[in-house]
Design a binder for this molecule. Structure first.
Ligand code: C2E
Ligand code: CA
Ligand code: CA
Ligand code: CA
Length: 278
């Protein structure tokens, strides 16, 4: 049993996922979870480093399991992807995020929320109309929505993906490349796809403050590359003050990580932002 950020315990261990019976149980449980509204969304702030203010958050799904408490996405997203349930999961996360943006706007707080999109969702026929309809239904300004895509999901069907992404961008939604630097694809896709934001994977942050100056070279190069392509840069997994200082010095645009806050429920996020931006 792994502990989940002090907020609960995970019932599904890695070993359980490998057994087919346990997988089947999880698939069934997940189907029920979708019907019973057991999925909820936590929000992790991204700090604007220039202003030292929070205007943005990443939406991260959690499963409020009736028996085992809060289950983290690492243990059920892979099953959701294998079983095709990921599109339904993703739709619920997107709807909840829109409801939340709208609720915050009603309280006088404008927060841009980025939502993770799986490869399957991206190639799903109705994605563009689903996004357009949902933001309209919840009266969410499109510029307050961002979608996070991974390299692997972009290269599955590049031609079709470019078309879909252009349509999403035409709605006014922005696009981020997630976990940058961990994939196998060539750098050319940074120009090929209409991306606004580059999220440096947290593995690049680990060594930036070590005594060896070489360690920071890759991170600096990624920031420069993104800026030269007119993208904003988000650094993920910021855990120390030294990392934050490095990122500010390198003109990285946003920082996200446990140093600022772990992902938290919406109400906690609201209180955090009120304190932070005061
Ligand atoms: P991700 O998109 O790369 O999200 C960032 C993960 O890093 C989150 O884990 C977050 O809690 C964690 N994290 C944030 N700051 C730090 C830090 O300072 N140090 C460390 N060590 N970790 C940090 P989480 O919430 O468990 O999500 C794991 C992954 O599950 C996500 O990785 C994403 O790939 C997937 N995921 C989460 N929600 C969704 C969703 O709604 N849809 C899809 N398709 N995938 C999702
Ligand atoms: Ca992400
Ligand atoms: Ca990421
Ligand atoms: Ca990741």
């Amino acid at each position: 049993v792994k502990q989940l950020g002090g907020a609960g315990f995970e019932f599904y261990s890695e070993e359980m996922q490998t057994g087919s019976l346990e997988r089947l149980k999880m698939e069934n449980d997940l189907r029920k979870a979708l019907q019973r509204d057991e999925l909820c969304v936590y929000y992790q702030p991204k700090v604007c480093l220039k202003e030292n203010k929070i205007y943005e958050a990443e939406a991260l799904v959690r499963w409020n399991h009736p028996e085992s408490g809060l289950v983290s996405p690492g243990s059920f997203i892979p099953i959701a992807e294998e079983t095709g349930l990921i599109s339904a999961v993703g739709e619920q996360v997107f709807v909840q995020s829109c409801q939340q943006i709208s609720a915050w706007l009603n309280k006088g707080l404008s927060i841009k929320v980025s939502v993770n999109l799986s490869a399957q969702q991206l190639l799903h026929n109705d994605l563009v109309s689903f996004i357009g309809d949902t933001i309209k239904a919840h009266k969410v300004p499109a510029h307050l929505i961002e979608l996070e895509l991974t390299e692997s999901s972009l290269i599955e069907d590049p031609e079709r993906t470019v078309e879909i992404l252009e349509q999403i961008k035409a709605l006014g939604v922005t696009l981020a490349i997630d976990d940058f630097g961990t994939g196998y694809s060539s750098l050319s896709y940074l120009q090929r796809f209409p991306l606004d934001i580059l999220k440096i994977d947290r593995s690049f942050l680990k060594e930036v403050t070590s005594a060896d100056p070489q360690q920071a070279t890759l991170t600096k190069a990624i920031i420069a590359l993104g800026h030269n392509l007119d993208m904003k840069i988000v650094a993920e997994g910021v855990e120390t003050r030294a990392q934050l200082d490095f990122l500010k010095y390198q003109h990285c645009d946003y920082a996200q990580g446990f140093l600022i806050s772990p992902p938290v429920p919406a109400q906690t996020f609201f209180e955090l932002v009120e304190r932070y931006n005061a």
